[in-house]
Structure formats: C-alpha cells, structure tokens
Design a protein around this ligand. Structure first.
Ligand code: IVH
Length: 733
C-alpha cells in the first residue's frame, strides 16, 4: 500500500468509526456489531502503526468514545473513566501478561477474572457513605449527570453499609435483564412502536431519557466493579475491592475468579464462557485485571485504557441450520434485499428462523444456495446474519441464486420495473436491484415507518406493522397523510389477522395523535431527515436544516445551487488546466489563454468559498445538492411540499438572518468548559454566524477551549481575535 492510499484509508476508517461511535454512544442505536466495530478499529490501528506519519492524538484509536447527549448537566469525574483494550485470542492475552511481567520484573502476578458486562458504564459518587450522584462516562473526563434516572434502580443502596470512605467514586455498569428487555419490546410491539435491538441499547436509551417517570417503568439494574477516586484509600487490591463492594451492600457480579498467573486466568475465562449464559446481565467477554493496586499504579495507563487490565472478547454466538429459501424484501428506498428463511434453530437464547443475507453479491461471494447447511451469527443486532455455507454438504442440484430470476424481473411487491443501481448502503457498497416505482406500497410503508421512527419525528406507535397496515388500507400514501387519519380509524385498526384480531385501541391511537401534533413543532433538520430525501442522511439534514429557514427555501436553495456551481467550475478548471492530461494545450498561445482562464475560474471558486459556501461542510457536496434539488423539483417532492402546506406544517430552520454574528465566520477549537461543540455551533448559527473548520484571514473569531491546538496557533499568527466561552456568552447576550 502506498502512503497516499494508506492516508485515504485512514481518513475513511476514522470517519466510519466516528459515525459508528455516534450511533453507539449517543443514539444507542448501532448499525454494526461490536465485533464488526472492533474490526474497523483494529484495521485503523494497524494502518496507523504501519504509517506513523498519519497517526494523530485525536484518532478514535487514541481516545475514549463520547456518550454525552443534550439535556443533561455535565459533571467532571475526579478520576478519569477509561476504556479497556480488547483481545480476541489466547496469544494476545498472553502478550498482555508478558508486557506486565516485563514492566514489573516478575511473572508471579495475581489477577481477577470478571465477566465483562454488556451495559452502560456509570460512576456513582458516595460522600460519607451517602449516594450523591451518578454520571455517565461521557468523554472520559466528564459525563452526563443521570442521577434522577439512576435513582429509579431499586437495588441501588442510597447508603453504604459499614464504614465508608469520606469520598468515593464507584464504577459499574447499568443493564437490563433479558426478561425485562423482552417485556419492554413486547409492549412496544403491541403499541406498534419501533423495537430496540438488544438489552444494551435499550438500557443506554433508557438512561439517556430525560423523563425519569418513564425510566422508572423499565426495571434497570446495576452492578459495580471498580473504583475511581477514593479518599482515603480503603482497599489494596481488586480481589479485596470485590469483597468490599459486596460488604457495602452494592450489587456485584455473580461470579469472579482470583487467579495466579496467566494459565489460571485462561482457565477461568474458559469457565466463565461456559457459565455466562446463566448470568442476569449480558456478558460479551472477560475482564482480566492485575489485582494489586500498587502494581496497577506502577504500570499506569495510556490516555485511553489502563495497562493493568484487558478485555478478552468472546466470539459472537453462531449456530448451523438449513437454508430453506430466500425471500426478497423491499425497503424504503426500493432496494431489494434477500432474506434467508431457515429451519428454526436456537441461538443466543432465542429461536431464529430468518437472517439477513445483505445483498446478491454477498450471496455469490459466499456461495450460498438454497438447501445449503449454513452458519448463522447473532452479534447484538435484531436480525442475525448468515456467515457462510458448507458447499461440501450441499444437496445435489442446488443452484446459484439469481435475484432477478427469483423475482421474475419485477418488484415482488408492486410488480413494477426494477433496475441495477449503485448503492452506498450503510453496511455494503456495491450494486443492487431497485424497484423504480416511488409509489410502491413497500416503499410507502418503509418511508412512513422511517418518518415516525425515533431518530426522525419520534411518532411512537407507528412501527413497521402499523405503517404497512396504514398503507395497505390506503389511509397513507405519503408520510404526511398520517395527519389526516382520524383517531377513530387508528383506534379500530386490526394489526392481527381475521382469526386472531389485535385491535390497536384508543389509548395507543391517542398517543399517536399527541405525538404527531408534537412533531409539528420539530425543527427543519428533523423534518428534512424524516422525509427520506435521497442522499440526505442525518448529518446532512442537520447541516442543511441549520442553513435554511424552511422547506420552501431549501427546495430552491441558493446554497445548493452554489455547491453545484462550484463543482461545475471545478470540472471546467480541471479540463482547462494547461497541463490537463485529457485536454493538453495545443500551442503556447492556447496555453497562455487557458492559464488566464484558470486564474479567473480559481477566483470565482474562491469567491464562492468565501461567500455563499463559507463554513459549508464537505457533507454537502454536489451529489447531495443535486439529489435534494432534483427531489424537491420532482412530482413526488412537489406533492410532499403541497401536502405539508395544506396541513399548515412549516418547519423552521435555526438560521437567523440578523444577529450578533451576521456575516461573521467562527472557528471552534478545543474543549469548552460547559458547552458541547454542537451546542456552541447551534448558538453561533442562531445568531446569524457561520462556523468553519479551518482558520484563515477571513475568520472573524476563533472560539477556543481547553487543549486548543494548531488552530489557536494559526489564529494568533494571523491576528484573528480569540474568544472563550464566557466571551461568547457575553456577545450573545
Ligand atoms: S473495569 C479502567 N470491569 O467495559 C477501566 N469494566 O470496554 C475499568 N466493563 O469502560 C473498567 N464489565 O464500562 C471493568 N467487569 C468489568 C467490566 C467493565 C464491563 C465495561 C466498562 C469499560 C468497558 C470497556
């Protein structure tokens, strides 16, 4: 690999990891398994090691994730909350021991081996034995104060038993039992609400709810396993700490092992693996900790993780079964996805009869055929995936799968035309078959479900089943039609079958009506995302929503036209460059003319960058601009806008035309004392300003916080005024 390729790959991997971090930590709604995530991070770490010139301190391999969300007070941890390094095999575990033995000059080391609880990390503070607060890990040094929510946990003692230290941070994990997870999801399913993928996400989603009464309805549990800051010190080792936590009356892990040497640790991990399915909490690995606290201090920690502990991750559960058939689902964008229909098999505690096959290319690549014995894996997501087939045990005559033939060349739902398209889907890039009929009922139902999903307008109650029913019965064509469905109609819908009816009910219907009314007031960014505009994902919707005042403005956006203009000028610039390979200059005269033309084009591009496009992030590129403008000019787009207008729905962007920062460009750098970067940006945009990622002569102010780096230096060098958070607040009045 060339350094340039490596750099490009590193940038791509960092962006991917950041995107998955956001979904895991903040939205509690991951899209890939932990295993897949770790694999991405490892790939990144390996590249950074091979190409140290591209390693940076802010790479996700060097820091703790960030789980902070808006609405909670932030509190600093007295001792930083770190993450753990992961290992996946015995050799890596032994290497961990060898490192410690080398650092400490002896290999006679005692460890504890504990279950790695798959929950959400918290830090509890007890003063003089009394519980005072609970804070999430956040960014490691400061997290969100979730005390009110943690107080709903019945098993959490408000006071420690026996003698307690003056001041102590006790760390642990919040989780939901599998039974409680299933109870809540069943309740949600009955109410037509979106389901949570797994107990961990539901626990994380719950703790980050602002409404504690709602939290109290879900029985969260907690288990404690380590110390942060403690004054005075009360124990000398992890083994003693486990006993002390129990003596204080805190919930602790059901089993842990104290062992001597790495052989015993490895044996304990094996035993833990056999026992873990019987634990109350989900366990995705073992944590091996050097027990002696003096030794822990001696080896210390990196910015991200202690050197004295390591997580050994168990492989995701797999099972083998027979592939009985492949059915095709049509999603909200019309993409046809193959689904494996399996002989039911028990996997990670539940019976599985369907699994995802991702796409046709993957089926070919893995050579999976109907009739095959296949291996399936469940790694946290709702839908398990097919890992591989066993061609050696293939029944005679099993044919290669051909999606086009399987659907008879038409959309299996609406019978419409299908075509091969390029997709940059979330989990797979490549080519797929797509139903071209925007009015296909599967697409309509998909869009309606998405419109109502938590991350869009959060109209709880309209999940997949309800959405399909509303479309099937002709009540909804486009998502905004939901507003025209009367309460009585919603209440009397039968979501079951004729033989086994399941009437939606008035209580649930009333909830939908309340939620759809509340959604009217949501900002432009949410509506834009909810309307499934092609190529406009959550981040893009946020960026666009903050730069336009209304959907009508966006439909004819001068900013998006400027993005297209810039791309056009850029292409022309490339073509006209005298050294252009495809269009080399023909004579000296031609060369001179084109040089001049290029200078003019450069000036035009620079003017756009400094004007209409100042502070516009790379997310809003020509592909997005073309998609959004085309969509709002198309018949379906115009139909949507007209329906919203008729309903009196006119979501507002946060843009201010005039404010203290009108015409000003700000750059944010470092960590601000209380505002999150996102919140600061929001305030600046609301005051008419723009936020840019790099400092130049055009920058009006640099807003600097702690650990500001090169941007601050650049500001000083260029004489750009530097302000802090207090000054920003003063300027905003
Ligand atoms: S000890 C300095 N023990 O796993 C780190 N962590 O992936 C001390 N976790 O951040 C952590 N079970 O939230 C420890 N028995 C256990 C754990 C555990 C789960 C979590 C913890 C940590 C994360 C790292």
């Amino acid at each position: 690999m060339t350094p340039a390729d490596a750099q490009a790959k590193i940038v791509h991997l960092r962006a991917e990891v950041a995107r998955h971090d956001e979904r895991y930590h903040r939205q509690a709604n991951p899209e890939i398994s932990d295993f897949g995530y770790d694999a991405l991070k490892r790939e990144l770490a390996v590249l950074e090691e091979q190409f140290p010139q591209f390693a940076t301190k802010d790479s996700p391999t060097q820091r703790v994730g960030d789980d902070r969300v808006q609405g909670f007070k932030e509190v600093a941890h007295r001792q930083k909350m770190l993450s753990l390094d992961n290992t996946y095999n015995e050799a890596e575990l032994r290497a961990f021991h060898a490192r410690l033995a080398k650092l400490l000059g002896t290999d006679d080391l005692r460890y504890t081996v504990e279950p790695k609880i798959d929950g959400l990390a918290v830090s509890l503070t007890y003063e003089e034995g009394k519980f005072v607060r609970a804070v999430t890990r956040g960014k490691g040094d400061r997290g969100d104060d979730v005390t009110a929510n943690v107080l709903t946990i019945r098993t959490l003692p408000r006071e420690l038993r026996g003698t307690a230290p003056k001041w102590v941070e006790i760390r642990g994990e919040i989780y939901l039992t599998a039974a409680e997870f299933e109870r809540i999801n069943a309740e949600r399913a009955a109410a037509g609400e979106e389901l949570y993928a797994n107990p961990r996400n539901l626990a994380a989603g719950t703790i980050k709810q602002l409404d504690s009464a709602e939290v109290a309805r879900r029985k969260l549990e907690i288990v404690l396993y380590s110390l942060g800051y403690c004054e005075p010190q009360v124990v000398d080792s992890q083994a003693e700490l486990q006993k002390k936590l129990k003596a204080w009356g805190l919930p602790v892990v059901e089993r842990y092992w104290t062992v001597r040497g790495i052989d015993e640790a490895w044996a304990a991990i094996g035993e833990l693996d056999r026992l873990r399915h019987g634990f109350a909490f989900g366990t995705d690995g073992a944590v091996v900790k050097l027990s002696d606290f003096d030794r822990q201090r001696e080896v210390g920690a990196t910015d991200k993780a202690p050197r004295w502990a390591i997580a050994y991750k168990f492989k995701p559960d797999t099972a083998r079964t027979r592939l009985r058939g492949i059915t095709i689902q049509v999603g909200k964008t019309g993409i046809l996805s193959p689904v494996a229909e399996l002989d039911p098999v028990l996997l990670a505690g539940s019976t599985i009869s369907r699994a995802t096959l991702h796409n046709e290319d993957e089926i070919r690549r893995k050579d999976i055929r109907v009739g095959d014995l296949v291996e399936i894996e469940k790694a946290g997501e709702v839908i398990p995936a097919v890992l591989q087939s066993f061609p050696d045990e293939r029944p005679a005559g099993a044919k290669e799968f051909d999606l086009f033939a399987a659907v008879g060349g038409h959309c299996p739902v609406c019978g419409g035309k299908i075509a091969r398209v390029e997709v940059a889907a979330e989990d797979a890039e490549g080519v797929a078959w797509k139903c071209l009929n925007y009015d296909c009922s599967a697409q309509r139902a998909g869009r309606l479900g998405f419109f109502c999903s938590r991350r869009a307008l959060a109209i709880d109650g309209v999940g997949g089943v309800m959405a399909a029913k509303l479309v099937e019965l002709g009540h909804v064509k486009d998502p905004p039609d939901l507003y025209d469905v009367p309460l009585e109609t919603l209440a009397t819908l039968n979501l079951g079958t004729v033989e086994e009816p399941r009437v939606f009910g008035e209580k649930n219907a009333t909830k939908i009506v309340a939620a759809r009314e509340a959604a009217r007031g949501l900002p432009l960014e949410k509506w834009l995302y909810a309307l499934s505009v092609p190529d406009v994902g959550e981040t893009t919707a946020r960026e666009l929503g903050r730069r336009h005042r209304s959907l009508a403005e966006l439909a004819e956006s001068s900013l998006l036209h400027a993005v297209l203009k810039k791309a056009e000028l850029g292409a022309q610039r490339e073509w006209e460059a005298p050294a252009s390979r495809k269009n080399p200059a023909k004579s000296d005269e031609d060369k001179a003319r084109r040089k001049e033309l290029c200078a003019r084009l450069d000036a035009e591009i620079a003017a756009l960058d400094a004007g209409a496009l100042a502070g516009v992030p790379a997310d809003i590129g020509p592909a997005v601009a073309a998609s959004a403008l085309e969509f709002f000019a198309s018949a379906p787009g115009r139909r949507l806008l007209a329906k919203l207008r008729k309903l009196g729905i006119d979501p507002q962007g946060t843009v201010a035309t005039t404010g203290v920062f009108t015409g000003k460009i700000l750059v944010i750098t470092g960590t601000l004392p209380s505002l999150k970067r996102d919140e600061a940006e929001q305030k600046i945009l609301a005051a008419g300003g723009k936020v840019s990622g790099s400092v130049s002569k055009k920058t009006s102010y640099v807003l600097a916080g702690e650990e500001a780096g090169s941007k601050l230096d650049k500001a000083r060098e260029l004489g750009v005024p530097v302000i802090d958070e207090a000054e920003l607040r003063r300027m905003l009045g």
